[in-house]
Design a protein around this ligand. Structure first.
Ligand SMILES: [Zn+2]
Length: 339
């Protein structure tokens, strides 16, 4: 009887259990073979196309998405890839992108320590804090065959400057930057008032005139100009037959318009820029027939690093650290974890 039972058990083992074991083994082998291959490929991409994770006190920052109001905690170095790709054209020189990465990192740390928003460190708006774009949105705006290559360039610029922050007296600087200086940068006091910063002075950069951001022109008819100015100064009166009635009466150290006379009002160059929608406060005023023409040099407030200036210097052979030292006076570059 025992023999019969043993035989039956043996048969059950042969027919059901062993095949089940082998089937499982086969499945496991198949899956363990396929997954690591995919992972290996992913890892290959990751080493060159994703930033090395941050460490230390400033490793994570709270990013406010202005459109949704959502606050997302992001890795600093990873966040910087999204910032650099939003702030500077990827076609710029690698050393310019690296300078931008250091500037963006510094600006971010400065904002962490000098908060503008209640529940976050920084927001994604270029007009408020610093531009940010998701990788998906960035990719959608690049040609398909350039996407991976472009992202690799951005990631390398961030990785190769990993943790590097621009400091003055061992504190992160207020690293202002703009698009095109028109050849000379501006002192912050002429844009926002206040006491200024010792590291933000007027510096000259050659080659900025080669960029499309350098020169622009805006023209208004007499009536259009008057209506624009009346939005802010209802009692404004201009004698258009008198050439002295519209005129720049004072210039800043960087040769931007400091004070502009419009009839019975004197406006600052910066206010004129805002009201009339000019790309910078570096302009000349000319008249032609019924039109008043503003010929503008540069793009942006002009303070700190000029992005096209950075690219121009890189093309002339300067590296990222030299570019940083060109635009910010007497600064040091130190690791974020030594702050
Ligand atoms: Zn903000």
């Amino acid at each position: 009887m025992k023999k019969v039972i043993l035989y039956i058990l043996f048969l059950i083992t042969i027919c059901f259990i062993l095949p089940a074991i082998f089937t499982n083994t086969t499945k496991q082998t198949a899956s363990t073979e396929s997954i690591p291959q995919e992972n290996t490929d992913l890892n290959k991409n990751e080493t060159s196309q994703t930033p090395v994770a941050s460490e230390g006190k400033y490793s994570k920052i709270k990013l406010l998405h202005t459109k949704t109001g959502e606050v997302e905690e992001v890795d600093l170095e990873s966040y910087l890839c999204n910032v650099v790709s939003a702030e500077m054209p990827v076609t710029f020189e690698k050393e310019a992108l690296k300078a931008q990465a250091m500037v963006a990192r510094t600006y971010t740390i400065y904002k962490v320590n000098n908060k503008k928003h209640e529940n976050s460190d920084i927001c994604d708006s270029s007009s408020c804090c610093q531009a940010w774009i998701s990788k998906e949105d960035r990719f959608a705006r690049w040609e398909e065959d350039k996407r991976e290559e472009n992202w690799k360039k951005i990631t390398e610029a961030v990785n190769e400057t990993r943790g590097k922050v621009i400091t003055y007296n061992s504190s992160p600087i207020n690293a202002f930057f703009h698009s095109n200086s028109g050849g000379k940068t501006e002192m912050p006091i002429n844009v926002w008032g206040g006491g200024g910063y010792p590291y933000l002075q007027v510096v000259e950069t050659s080659g900025e005139d080669a960029y499309t951001q350098y020169a622009s022109e805006v023209s208004y008819t007499q009536e259009e100009l008057l209506n624009k100015l009346k939005e802010k100064y209802a009692d404004i009166q201009i004698d258009f037959s008198n050439n002295e009635d519209i005129k720049i009466t004072e210039y800043t150290e960087s040769e931007r318009a400091k004070t502009v006379k419009f009839g019975n009002h004197n406006l600052s160059g910066v206010e004129t820029r805002t009201i009339l929608g000019l790309k910078s406060a570096n302009f000349e005023i000319t008249k032609q027939d019924n039109k008043i023409i503003f010929k503008v040099k540069g793009y942006g407030h002009g303070v700190g690093m000029s992005q096209t200036g950075a690219d121009s210097l890189a093309r002339q052979g300067q590296n990222a650290e030299q570019i940083v030292h060109h635009f910010y006076i007497n600064v040091d570059i130190q690791d974020v974890n030594t702050l």
